[in-house]
Design a binder for this molecule. Structure first.
Ligand code: C2E
Ligand code: MG
Ligand code: MG
Ligand code: MG
Length: 283
């Protein structure tokens, strides 16, 4: 009887698994359609130099998908799906093209002249033709390399150290800015970070959340600021939600910041309106 019950469990489990896979495949098809029909969108979130008068120094492109049935789907959900089923190449291609064109329009309008940061996931970064994907996007759109930034997570860079060093050096040779995203979540040794020629280090927002009171988060932020200073690179805090966090980061010597307190991610038209109004920061 126990065996029969066990068999039953397996069957229920298999059914649940099949339903989950079916739901994911359905979502994948809808994503593929959305990409084809140009229904994916980019939002841009400004990054600021944390001076007395915060000044925009960069912006991050963040992918948005509003599905007719499911509503807004988080990129953390659908990017993983796209990676798993080989759709990420086409998506990254689209994101790069859109971000480069939008940034070129911003620069030409005279409203803002900063690099646009595009998130690159592991499977894309390690592709044989990654460098030509970037080179082609720049050539096709006419955006100067210095106005494109690529964000690569600490985890991906460190897990393929030798390849990562080479790829980052090649990118930097064409003036592309390269940032380490989600710093502090990858459990990498300082020794491996030292070998990676990043231009910027972005402190993961999980460590900003506890500021200004959490002593451990304070210590982590101070350590990150010191690591960046000794490597002579820029340190960026993400996920700044309050003025107290902003002031704490400023006092700790953090160079740049990004977060809802400063500016939310928004469509290009809204960003242009914000820049035109001159009210580009909260404080
Ligand atoms: P990320 O690269 O670490 O991006 C920062 C995330 O923090 C974004 O979430 C942004 O909306 C959010 N954020 C910004 N300020 C605040 C704040 O003050 N408070 C809080 N709670 N959150 C804040 P989002 O847009 O949901 O993106 C999540 C992740 O999805 C990104 O993390 C990135 O890893 C990935 N992603 C987004 N767009 C793309 C893309 O075009 N390509 C790839 N490969 N990944 C992407
Ligand atoms: Mg990022
Ligand atoms: Mg990040
Ligand atoms: Mg993050």
């Amino acid at each position: 009887q126990a065996k029969a019950a066990g068999g039953n469990c397996v069957r229920v489990f298999q059914q649940a698994l099949r339903r989950r896979t079916e739901a994911r495949l359905l979502m994948l098809e809808r994503l593929r359609e959305a990409l084809k029909e140009e229904r994916l969108q980019l939002h841009y979130q400004l990054q600021y130099a944390l001076e007395a008068e915060p000044r925009p120094v960069g912006m991050e492109a963040l992918l948005r998908w509003h599905d007719g049935e499911r509503g807004a789907v988080s990129p953390t959900e659908f990017i993983g799906l796209a990676e798993e089923y080989g759709l990420i190449g086409a998506i990254t291609h689209w994101v790069l093209e859109r971000a480069c064109r939008d940034n070129l329009a911003l620069i030409r309008s005279g409203l803002l002249d900063v690099p646009v940061a595009v998130n690159i996931c592991g499977s894309t970064f390690l592709r044989e033709d990654f460098l030509s994907l970037i080179g082609d996007s720049l050539a096709r759109t006419g955006l100067p390399g210095s106005r494109l930034e690529l964000e690569i997570t600490e985890r991906v860079a460190v897990s393929n150290l030798d390849d990562a060093v080479q790829i980052i050096n090649s990118l930097r040779a064409s003036d592309v800015v390269v940032s380490m995203d989600d710093f502090g979540t990858g459990y990498s040794s300082l020794g491996s970070i030292k070998q990676l020629p990043f231009d910027r280090l972005k402190i993961d927002r999980s460590f900003i959340a506890g500021l200004p009171n959490d002593a451990v988060d304070q210590a982590i932020v101070r350590a990150a600021v010191q690591v960046a200073a000794s490597l002579d690179i820029t340190v960026v805090a993400e996920g700044i939600e309050t003025v107290e966090q902003l002031e704490c980061l400023r006092a700790a010597g953090c160079d740049h910041g990004q977060g809802y307190w400063l500016a939310r991610p928004m469509p290009l038209e809204q960003l242009q309106a914000l820049l035109r109004s001159g009210q580009a920061a909260n404080s």
